[in-house]
Ligand binder design. Structure first.
Ligand SMILES: Cc1cc2nc3c(=O)[nH]c(=O)nc-3n(C[C@H](O)[C@H](O)[C@H](O)COP(=O)(O)OP(=O)(O)OC[C@H]3O[C@@H](n4cnc5c(N)ncnc54)[C@H](O)[C@@H]3O)c2cc1C
Length: 298
């Protein structure tokens, strides 16, 4: 943010702070749009500023939950939600799409339909924060002023961190990921098409949206293979970058019992570094080993 923009935001904020306490007979009595207060020069520069008692950045699961809670307490237009996407996904259901129990169409709704009616949806993304001024800037050139700010930006998937993975996800029907709506739809067809050999499941050495999702689909696939008579022909492998089955000891113990009971090969401290989809090879780095690599074939 430039100094000029910061100063402009600060001046607007001061005016707006006065505006909060004013009572008028307009439809939204306590919310004052700053655009009316901007100087001609600022207006010319298309500086459009709004102010909210509560500003929520991100309209995913967390953002909508916070908005719903506070919408019961605050008047109309006191809450602003900045969310660029027209589509709201319920991501935990991606696991059920992957295992063939739900259709992808059941996982999403129009964003407008899940946000509380008395909140303002600003359909853009945040491009900068200025906490000293209580403002955020948006991709469409607005400065938004807030009294309270909630950040609920979620996490992004970064498949490109693994060499060859974006290409494999696009072109190889046997490579899938339940962490993305497009690629979660590949999982069940891959389970159906599987005939024999290695079935590899993995957990990366980055932060991750759901720490349990990799194991959920592992156990569901194992059960599907048993029910469809393919289990004896499958070597089921769980390669995790962690040094334990699960970071919470109580659950780790229970899940390890599942791994033993289901005859799954468990390899700890394995991090996927490359996928060569033309030759169907997956390369894992053995963490803590000074660069030892292991290659798996079908
Ligand atoms: C396969 C899978 C299974 C899961 N299973 C479970 C489960 O069983 N139980 C469970 O509790 N959780 C589960 N989760 C995790 C759960 O989905 C997430 O914890 C939850 O969605 C996080 O909510 P969030 O609002 O923080 O992020 P999200 O729901 O991802 O929302 C973030 C929002 O921020 C928006 N955004 C991003 N950048 C900007 C920007 N610059 N400006 C404005 N907006 C922006 C995005 O468009 C998005 O709408 C699972 C996730 C996956 C992928």
């Amino acid at each position: 943010m430039t100094l000029r923009t910061s100063i402009r935001g600060l001046r607007a904020r001061r005016l707006l702070r006065l505006g909060w306490s004013q009572e008028t007979s307009s439809e939204h009595p306590r919310r004052i749009h700053s655009t009316a207060m901007l100087t001609a020069a600022e207006d010319k520069a298309k500086a459009k500023t709004d102010t909210y008692k509560l500003l929520i950045v991100g309209g995913g699961s967390a953002g909508t939950a916070v908005a719903s809670k506070f919408a019961q307490k605050l008047d109309k237009h006191f809450i602003g939600i900045i969310e660029p996407s027209q589509t709201h996904y319920y991501q935990p259901m991606f696991t059920l799409v992957g295992s063939g129990q739900r259709h992808i169409s059941q996982t999403h709704r129009p964003t407008g339909s899940v946000l509380p009616d008395n909140c303002d949806w600003l359909q853009t993304s945040v491009s900068g924060f200025s906490p000293a001024d209580n403002t955020v800037s948006t991709a469409d050139g607005r400065l938004i002023n807030y009294e309270y700010l909630v950040l609920a930006l979620g996490m992004e998937t970064n498949y490109q961190l693994v060499k060859g993975l974006p290409e494999a996800l696009e072109h190889d029907p046997a490579v899938c990921s339940n962490y993305h709506p497009k690629y979660a739809q590949k999982t069940f067809p891959a389970m159906q098409a599987f005939k024999e050999g290695n079935a590899i499941f993995t957990y990366p050495n980055t932060l991750i949206k759901c720490g349990g999702a990799a194991q959920k689909i592992l156990y569901m696939t194992e059960e599907y293979f048993r029910k469809t008579g393919k289990r004896d022909k499958a070597t089921m492998i769980y390669n995790t970058s962690l040094g334990v089955v699960f970071p919470v000891p109580k659950y780790s113990k229970a899940l390890y019992a599942q791994i033993l009971q289901r005859n799954i090969q468990l390899n700890l401290m394995r991090n996927l570094v490359e996928v060569r989809h033309e030759t169907k090879e997956a390369v894992f780095e053995v963490l803590g080993s000074d660069g030892v690599l292991e290659t798996y074939w079908p």
